[in-house]
Ligand binder design. Structure first.
Ligand code: DX5
Ligand code: ZN
Length: 223
C-alpha cells in the first residue's frame, strides 16, 4: 500500500485555517489534533470547529483525540463527518467497545499510544482497530524531535499485523520529516503525520510530494 501523508494543522495558522486547508489538497487526509488541556498540557479546538473543518476541507479528516474520557467524547466526534477517529489507549476504559461504537457510526477507529505505552496489549486485538497510532513524541506540541526508540515498537506492530492478516494501518505522529520518514517507513508504518515539516516548508505541495516519495522508497533525506 502506498504511503499516506496526513499534514497536521497544529502547525497551520488558525486564523487562516481555510486557506491552510486548501494548501494541503494534495495530501491524503488532514490530521486534526484535539487537545483538552487535561490529557495533554495544551488546548486546541473542539466539536464546533472540527465540524466546520469537515465542511470546508478538501481532504478527509483524520482526528487525533488527545482528550480524557474518550468513551464519552469520541462518539460525538464520529458524528461530525470525519473519516477516522483515533482515541488514546490511556484515556479509555474499554477500547474495544469504543472502537466498535466508532465503526458502527461509519468511521475508521484508531487507537493511539503515548511513547511509554506498550503495543503488546493490542496485538491480540488487531482486527478490532483500523489503525494504531504510534506517538513518536510526547503528545501535546508540534516541532519536537523524533524519538528513535519507537522504531522497534513500529516493527513489532507491523510483524503482528502481518502474522494476523489484519488490515490495520500503522500511523506515526511526531518528528516526521525528510530526515526521519524513510526509516519510519522501513520499520513498517504506512500513515505519516507531519505538522511543522509541511507547514514550515517553503512549498507545502512540494513538501507533501517529497515526503511521499521518501516514504515510498524507504529512504531518508537530509532535511
Ligand atoms: C502532537 C500532535 C502532532 C503534531 C506533530 O501531539 O499529535 O500531530 O502536530 O507535529 P510535528 O510534525 O511538528 O512533530
Ligand atoms: Zn496528532
Amino acid at each position: 500500500m502506498p504511503a499516506l501523508i496526513n499534514p497536521s494543522i497544529l502547525s497551520a495558522d488558525f486564523v487562516n485555517l481555510e486557506r491552510d486547508l486548501q494548501a494541503i489538497a494534495a495530501a491524503d487526509f488532514v490530521h486534526v489534533d484535539v487537545m483538552d488541556n487535561h490529557f495533554v498540557p495544551n488546548l486546541t479546538l473542539g466539536l464546533p470547529v472540527v465540524k466546520r473543518i469537515a465542511e470546508v476541507s478538501p481532504v478527509p479528516l483524520d482526528l487525533h483525540l488527545m482528550i480524557e474520557d474518550a468513551d464519552r467524547w469520541a462518539p460525538e466526534y464520529a458524528a461530525l463527518g470525519a473519516a477516522s477517529v483515533t482515541f488514546h489507549a490511556e484515556a479509555t476504559q474499554a477500547p474495544v467497545r469504543l472502537a466498535r461504537e466508532l465503526r458502527s457510526r461509519g468511521v475508521r477507529a484508531g487507537i493511539a499510544l503515548r511513547p511509554a505505552s506498550p503495543v503488546e496489549p493490542l496485538l491480540d486485538l488487531l482486527p478490532e482497530f483500523d489503525m494504531i497510532l504510534v506517538m513518536t513524541v510526547e503528545p501535546g506540541f508540534g516541532g519536537q524531535s523524533f524519538i528513535e526508540g519507537m522504531l522497534p515498537k513500529i516493527r513489532r506492530a507491523r510483524r503482528a499485523i502481518e502474522e494476523s492478516g489484519a488490515d490495520t494501518w500503522i500511523q506515526v505522529d511526531g518528528g516526521v520529516a525528510r530526515d526521519t520518514i524513510g526509516r519510519i517507513a522501513q520499520a513498517g508504518a504506512n500513515v505519516f503525520v507531519a505538522g511543522s515539516a509541511v507547514y514550515g516548508a517553503e512549498s507545502i505541495a512540494d513538501e507533501i510530494a517529497a515526503l511521499r516519495g521518501l516514504a515510498d522508497s524507504g529512504a531518508d533525506a537530509n532535511a
